[in-house]
Design a protein around this ligand. Structure first.
Ligand SMILES: NC(=O)c1ccc[n+]([C@@H]2O[C@H](COP(=O)([O-])OP(=O)(O)OC[C@H]3O[C@@H](n4cnc5c(N)ncnc54)[C@H](OP(=O)(O)O)[C@@H]3O)[C@@H](O)[C@H]2O)c1
Length: 274
């Protein structure tokens, strides 16, 4: 596949947890070179440490960082986005593209704080990006082109899978795949506890639970089969699994998960900035 990022200069503003994951993955994959990449953080001592670690230019001045960039990635906390955009507004031009990963920050909020018709793309990744197993949903703002979306997908494909959605779905994405790792960790923790309850050592129980979740997820992704069909294939008549499923139904696992995602989506909407 062609490297859409070849020759592009990237400035990543806010190289914290998520920004750092994206930056490291892009550098490691060779899609970006250290000399065409720079980043910013809030604290000078963090900037120094990160520059040594990543061998890229890291500072605390956002305006300096964006001057020569083709792509500006905003990865500061949502409540800081508006200030950062105001700092760079007079330097950004429509030949650049802004990619924001901030949760609950609509593209319109960034667009209205910029002086020109700058393309803005919004991306919502999740923490498994750390191991290249992330899920990132991407949507376009008013001035972004198909090429801007392709470029952004190319960036995030380095840390997992990508999907393009309409912006109206971004709160749902936040609730499902961005918060989702937390739900899965709770399920894994509970299954490991269950293993301990039925006599397994904890480390083996955790391994069994996690590898089973990974395997089941891969089967869904790679066969494209409906999860209900795959569940039926595991459920022997009068066997053990159906007894377990009855307990899950009585404990309202399904409705609880549905309600959890609905609540998180409502909260993402409530938190919307701008
Ligand atoms: N973590 C996730 O699971 C996740 C998932 C999807 C999206 N996101 C989004 O990613 C963004 C960052 O989240 P995070 O968890 O990575 O937070 P984080 O670790 O706190 O990172 C934020 C970074 O921004 C830097 N910063 C703060 N003010 C700045 C400024 N004025 N100029 C430049 N840099 C500044 C901080 O610098 P210092 O290091 O010097 O303090 C820090 O490095 C958020 O908008 C969040 O919604 C996160």
């Amino acid at each position: 596949m062609a490297n859409e990022l070849a020759g592009k200069k990237v400035a990543l503003l806010g190289a914290g947890k998520m920004g750092g994951i994206i930056l490291q993955a892009l550098l490691k994959s060779g899609l970006l070179s250290a000399k065409s990449t720079c980043a910013t953080v809030a604290h000078p001592e963090r900037a120094k440490a990160l520059a040594q670690k990543l061998k890229v230019r890291v500072g605390t001045n956002n305006a300096d960082a964006v001057k020569d960039a083709d792509i500006i990635v905003i990865a500061v906390k949502p409540q800081v986005v508006e200030d950062v955009v105001r700092e760079i507004r007079d330097l950004v031009t429509p030949r650049q593209v802004i990619v924001s990963v901030a949760a609950s920050v609509p593209t319109s909020m960034i667009e209205k704080n910029l002086s020109a018709n700058v393309p803005v793309v919004r991306a919502m990744p999740n923490t498994p990006c750390l191991l290249g197993s992330g899920m990132t949903a991407i949507c376009k703002g008013k001035h972004a082109s198909v090429q801007d979306i392709t470029l952004t997908c190319h960036m995030f494909n380095v840390v997992g899978r990508t999907v393009v959605v309409d912006e109206k779905h971004m709160d749902a994405v936040t609730a499902l795949s961005a918060s989702g790792p937390a739900y899965i960790y709770i399920i894994l923790e509970s299954l490991a506890e269950a293993g301990v309850k039925v006599g397994l050592p904890r480390d083996i129980a955790t391994l069994l639970a996690a590898q089973t979740a990974l395997g089941a997820a891969r089967v869904v992704l790679e066969t494209g089969d409906h999860p209900a069909l795959l569940k039926d294939a595991v459920t022997t008549p009068a066997g053990c699994t159906i007894d377990a499923i009855m307990e899950l139904e009585e404990g309202k696992l399904r409705v609880t998960l549905i309600k959890a995602v609905v609540k998180a989506a409502q909260r993402a909407k409530e938190l919307a900035f701008g």
